[in-house]
Each structure stands twice: as structure tokens, then as C-alpha cells.
Design a binder for this molecule. Structure first.
Ligand SMILES: NC(=O)c1ccc[n+]([C@@H]2O[C@H](COP(=O)([O-])OP(=O)(O)OC[C@H]3O[C@@H](n4cnc5c(N)ncnc54)[C@H](OP(=O)(O)O)[C@@H]3O)[C@@H](O)[C@H]2O)c1
Length: 251
């Protein structure tokens, strides 16, 4: 029996990933930041529909001082629910976006994007790999924006590029333990990103769909299937890769 930790499992791509893991019989520890009730609904769905055990824990990736407490909660849950001291897979998915032009940029904005999308996942991974099984796997969620230059996304895109590069470095560091580290780069995806930007502004969708070879934007499931496949032994000979999952955005 395998156990996965998925950050940002309350919404969007992380939620879909948690459900896809459940379909494949993998137990899930998912985290939420603001939406506890949505996270608990994912846990209920996993337990009722997929018959796997799951729990939801609060994690704010910007609050590094809380990571020791989070790790303690994970260890207690592993012990009490699964009679285990280790877990198998980590999906570093939680993140925030939102554009800001350089001329208007505040340090607060910069730090939020930095801490959530890069610094937080780096130090969280440092904490968690201490009790991750050898031959496990990690998938990081970066972004196709790392290779683009849409105005307003300079910091977000640059930090996703950093996260992508970090994926390669850590793949090498963890290779002696046979832990594979890969990434997915979503293109525009209809999640809750931007606190529901695509639901609040459906007019944003069409232009992005028109830029996409397959004529639509992504759905969380499109990403979840790739993330869970990358974790699986089918990709046992693949490490240090960042795969764009965008249906051909700007192809
Ligand atoms: N959607 C896109 O078009 C797109 C494109 C490229 C890359 N991505 C990347 O895909 C990943 C998943 O995003 P999504 O599209 O699924 O968006 P989403 O629906 O908004 O989900 C984001 C998840 O991250 C969590 N999160 C937000 N701030 C956090 C924090 N400070 N600490 C810990 N968790 C936090 C959220 O938790 P709560 O909801 O509970 O607050 C939520 O579960 C992100 O890394 C994002 O950068 C998305």
C-alpha cells in the first residue's frame, strides 16, 4: 500500500490529483490553506468512492516556522492511521499566481509568490524526504509561463523556472536513494486559480483556448493523470524531467 502527500489538495489540480491517486488505490494526505471544508469534501469522496484512507491537514507554504508542527502531524497520522513511519510520494502542487507589473510591484507581492511557489516547497521537501521511502517519487507543479513573457507574470514565471531548475538538481541529489523527481508545467487550466478567476471571468477562457492547439484550456484531470502516471513505476526510468501539459498552448 502506497501513501502520497499532495499539497494544495483542496482545489483544482491538487484536488484532481488526490482523487486520481485514490482511483489507483493510493492513500492520500492532502493539504489545504484557506478552504478546509473543500479539503474535507475531497477526503470524504476518497473514502466513500475509492475506498482509500485519506486525511486533510492545514499547511501554509509561506509559514516556514509551522513546518515542524506540520511534519509532526503527518508522522502522527502515518502512525495512527496506517501504522507506518514513512510515505512514498510527494506532489509539490500548492501555489498562487496573479499578475503584477514591475512598475507597481510591492515587496509583499514578491515575497508571497516566492514563498508559496518556491521557498516553501523547497524547505517542505527538505523536511519530508527525511521519512520518505527510498525508491519513492516527487512531482513538482511548475508552469508553462516559465518559458513565456506575458506582461505581469515576470516574478511568477521566473520563480516557476527556478522550481523547474531545482527539480533537476534535486533529482540528482536524491538519485542515490532511487527517488525520482520530475515536474509538470500546466498551461492555462480551469482550476480555482486566482480565487476562481476563470469562473468569475469566463471571457478569459476563449482567447486562451484559441492559443491552444487542441482548442480548449486544460481541466484539472488533464494534469492529474500525468502527475499520477509520473509517480508510478511506469515512469521508473524517468527523472529530472519537466513535462509541459498544456494541449499545445502557444504551439
Ligand atoms: N491553473 C493554471 O492555469 C495553472 C497554470 C500553470 C501552473 N499552475 C500551477 O498549478 C498549481 C495548482 O494550482 P491550481 O491551478 O490547481 O490552482 P487552485 O485551484 O487555486 O489550487 C491551488 C492550491 O494551492 C493551495 N495554496 C494556495 N496558497 C497556499 C499556501 N500559501 N500554502 C499552501 N497551499 C496553498 C490552495 O489551497 P486553498 O485553496 O485551500 O487556499 C489550493 O489547494 C500551482 O502551483 C499553480 O502555480 C496553474
Amino acid at each position: 500500500m502506497k501513501i502520497a502527500i499532495v499539497t494544495g489538495g483542496s482545489n483544482g489540480i491538487g484536488r484532481a490529483t488526490a482523487l486520481e491517486l485514490g482511483k489507483r488505490g493510493i492513500s492520500v494526505i492532502l493539504t489545504y490553506n484557506s478552504y478546509k471544508e473543500r479539503a474535507e469534501a475531497v477526503v470524504k469522496e476518497l473514502e466513500k468512492n475509492e475506498g482509500v484512507r485519506a486525511i486533510a491537514l492545514k499547511l501554509d507554504l509561506t509559514q516556514l516556522s509551522t513546518f515542524d508542527g506540520f511534519v509532526q502531524e503527518v508522522k502522527t497520522s502515518l502512525n495512527q492511521i496506517w501504522s507506518r513511519t514513512t510515505f512514498d510520494y510527494l506532489v509539490n502542487n500548492g501555489g498562487v499566481g496573479g499578475p503584477m507589473m514591475l512598475a507597481d510591484m510591492s515587496e509583499e507581492y514578491f515575497d508571497k509568490i516566492l514563498n508559496t511557489n518556491f521557498k516553501g516547497p523547497v524547505f517542505l521537501t527538505q523536511h519530508l524526504i527525511r521519512f520518505m521511502n527510498d525508491a519513492g517519487a516527487i512531482v513538482n507543479t511548475t508552469s508553462s509561463s516559465k518559458n513565456q513573457s506575458f506582461p505581469g507574470y515576470s516574478v511568477y514565471g521566473s520563480l516557476k523556472a527556478a522550481f523547474s531548475s531545482w527539480t533537476r538538481y534535486i533529482a540528482k541529489e536524491l538519485a542515490p536513494r532511487k527517488i525520482r523527481v520530475n515536474a509538470v508545467s500546466p498551461g492555462p487550466t480551469h482550476s480555482n486559480f486566482g480565487d476562481g478567476a476563470f469562473d468569475k471571468h469566463p471571457e478569459f477562457i476563449r482567447p486562451l483556448a484559441e492559443q491552444t492547439a487542441f482548442g480548449r484550456i486544460g481541466q484539472p484531470d488533464d494534469l492529474a493523470k500525468v502527475i499520477v502516471s509520473l509517480l508510478s513505476d511506469d515512469f521508473g526510468w524517468v527523472t529530472a524531467q519537466d513535462i509541459e501539459v498544456s494541449g499545445g498552448h502557444l504551439l
